[in-house]
Design a protein around this ligand. Structure first.
Ligand code: NDP
Length: 256
């Protein structure tokens, strides 16, 4: 049997890098993308050091043509069994009435249209083969609102609706579609969100940061590797009965 091929958009850093590593450790050849392909080097090295296989390709998830070209290039490597639409932007943090319409649109175009363009490009091949696992990285923020994060929350909730409809549409073709909803993941992006939260609410950085860990019964932020492990599970044969789900990886914070 040939080695499975997986695609991870935004695989150059953060959560996407962790997902790439987890899928590579599970035995897939992983195609990791970024807009600037050179920025994927760190991920390639990490996968190589872990004894896995990964390839870097460039794409812009906002551009349908770019994603169709990507799908053709990935097809040259092998038939794709897993597509993880991870690339996204945090968008603006401000009260809704202060958000610039261009910033709103940029968030929705990257975080919702980006998932649409990504899946749309890879679905025909999966239908042809009669199998596949589609995974979209949504967010706890789609379900449990955070101050000032309206565009991001709207985008991430839309992704859950997209995935549920896809599960219905593609189930008869043997294709599963799921969303993963991480809570606050330790790393530079959450530090930035904490800073902007503090500014938007007029509170101190420590208070804003404490709000994130206090929401978890485990008293912790989520680690990117913990999101990667869930994606590897959803891609695996252990998850063949799981479709149309939105799995929280929030250290319990989604409950509060
Ligand atoms: P980062 O901001 O660290 O990375 C974003 C990734 O998306 C980068 O790889 C970036 O690549 C890529 N990307 C952004 N815009 C585009 C585009 N137009 N075309 C192609 N690639 C693009 O994000 P995180 O690792 O923190 O988050 C990854 C995903 O997880 C996102 O969907 C995010 O919303 C979600 N998430 C994150 C949480 C967190 O706490 N960090 C919590 C919940 C969900 P490039 O180098 O090209 O910019």
């Amino acid at each position: 049997m040939s080695t499975p091929v997986a695609l991870v958009t935004g695989g150059n850093r953060g959560i996407g890098q962790a997902i790439t590593l987890a899928l590579a450790r599970s035995g897939a050849t992983v195609v990791a993308t970024a807009r600037d392909v050179a920025t994927v080097d760190d991920t390639l090295k990490a996968v190589h050091d872990a004894g896995g296989a990964a390839v870097a390709l460039g794409c812009d998830v906002r551009e349908p043509g770019s994603m169709v070209e990507l799908a053709a290039a990935v097809d040259e490597i092998g038939p794709v069994s897993t597509v993880v639409a991870n690339a996204g932007t945090a968008g603006p943090t401000a009260p809704l009435h202060e958000i610039d319409p261009d910033d709103w649109r940029d968030c929705l175009v990257t975080d919702v249209d980006g998932v649409f363009h990504t899946f749309r490009a890879f679905i025909p091949g999966m239908i042809e083969r009669g199998s596949g696992s589609l995974i979209a990285i949504s967010s706890m923020t789609g379900k449990r609102p955070l101050h000032g994060r309206t565009p991001y929350a709207a985008a991430k909730m839309a992704v859950i609706g997209l995935v549920r409809s896809l599960a219905l549409e593609l189930g008869p073709h043997g294709i599963r579609a799921n969303a993963v909803c991480p809570g606050a993941v330790a790393g530079p992006r959450i530090e930035d969100v904490i800073r902007r939260q503090a500014e938007s609410r007029g509170i101190g950085l420590d208070e804003a940061r404490a709000g994130f860990t206090a929401a978890s019964p485990l008293g912790k932020l989520v680690e990117a590797d913990e999101v990667g492990a869930v994606c590897a599970f959803l891609a695996s044969d252990a998850a063949t009965a799981i479709t149309g789900e939105d799995l929280n990886v929030s250290a319990g914070a989604v409950m509060y």
